[in-house]
Design a protein around this ligand. Structure first.
Ligand code: NDP
Length: 329
């Protein structure tokens, strides 16, 4: 009898309704790939919440093991870069969307999708960062490429108490920025200040319809929220500033005007973590390992086990998760 292991499986019936179950798989059930990894740590991202609850069409192949992020150890490899025993991480590339993902004790993937676990980081820490944190770093790097620096003025972080927001605050404050955190959970002010927020504003200030231009309040921003919030952030960005747009927690729409772009030279920088090229990923992970304060990382992470994944997925789409959830498999 082949060895079986636990996995979460999303299926779809003839009525096109999605269902989620815990099941047992064997290695023969896994999809094609040249590297097999024993999954040790994973996490629950907003996208995993959308996949498991079916709130958005994240899953595009059925049945599917969800989970877009994992850290683990290579158990078999036909890829020249990897050998048994290597510690690796994976973020995105359609894993947990079209390819069997992290919520199983084993994953078989393309070796080209893997990056080495950065030196000085544990698998747990890498998953406390996860796609959300790596996207926060991609956003910070995009602002820097645009010439934004602490001397240029404040930066705003929206969705501040969420995963992307929490890591963005920790990274930006470490780099010396005056960080303004926008949150709907002002009761979490102590948490946000501990991460490095210098000012906290109520997200209600940014969530209604935006004026074409408003008073200049910040030189840059990391926006995890989209919709009216991003429109307001843009309208309040000072001359020559830039905003990295990476999320849609309020909505996928962007009810904005061109005024910030054509009258203030503001730039909107798009951030995608899923298909980001390998060099950019390696740079982002190297910087995370070097620059993210380990103490702050443990402040923003809570831990659960395999059995807690489905509940955490529901909670994250309801905006109930603070910071990041790390899962020990
Ligand atoms: P979280 O759920 O952890 O955080 C989202 C935060 O947004 C919430 O904590 C809340 O912050 C705020 N928020 C939620 N609902 C609303 C609302 N209706 N209006 C305004 N603010 C709201 O998710 P993540 O941080 O993991 O992800 C954030 C976004 O980034 C998601 O849309 C996700 O899909 C996207 N993302 C994109 C990636 C990319 O490659 N571009 C990669 C990773 C994530 P608070 O309570 O502080 O107000």
């Amino acid at each position: 009898m082949p060895e079986t292991f636990k996995a979460i499986l999303i299926s779809r019936g003839e009525d096109k309704k999605q269902s989620v179950a815990v099941t047992e798989l064997t290695e023969a059930d896994l999809m094609d790939g040249d590297v097999t990894v024993g999954v040790e740590w994973t996490t629950v991202n907003y996208k995993d919440g959308l996949a498991i609850t079916g709130k958005a069409p994240v899953v595009r192949r059925f049945p599917l093991v969800p989970g877009i992020d994992f850290a683990g150890t290579v158990t078999a490899s036909r890829h020249p870069d990897w050998k048994e025993g290597d510690k690796v991480i994976l973020n995105g590339w359609g894993v947990g969307e079209t390819h069997f993902g992290a919520y199983a004790a084993k994953a078989r993937v393309k070796g080209d999708w893997l990056v080495p676990l950065p030196e000085g980081m544990t698998g747990r820490e890498a998953m406390a960062v996860g796609t959300a944190g790596y996207t926060a770093m991609l956003s910070v790097m995009a602002l820097e490429r645009h010439g934004i620096s602490p001397e240029r003025g404040s930066v705003v972080v929206t969705g501040a108490a969420g995963g992307v927001g929490s890591v963005a605050i920790a990274l930006l404050s470490r780099l010396g920025y005056h960080v303004i955190a926008s949150t709907g959970r002002t009761a979490e002010s102590g948490y946000l200040t501990e991460l490095g927020a210098a000012e906290i504003i109520d997200r209600a200030e940014l969530s209604g319809p935006a004026k074409p231009l408003a008073k200049e309040r910040w030189a840059g921003g990391v926006d995890a929220v989209g919709s009216h919030t991003l429109a307001n952030v843009l309208s309040m960005t000072s001359y020559g500033g830039a905003v990295a747009a990476c999320g849609l927690a309020q909505g996928m729409d962007l009810p904005a005007s061109v005024a910030p772009f054509i009258l203030r030279g503001v730039s909107l920088l798009g951030i995608d973590s899923v298909m980001a090229p390998k060099e950019l990923r390696l740079e982002a992970w190297r910087r995370i390992a070097d620059e993210l304060d380990h103490r702050k990382l443990s402040t923003l992470a809570t831990q659960t086990g395999f059995d807690g994944i489905i509940a955490a997925a529901t909670d994250i789409v309801e905006g109930k998760i603070r910071g990041r959830v790390v899962v020990q498999m």
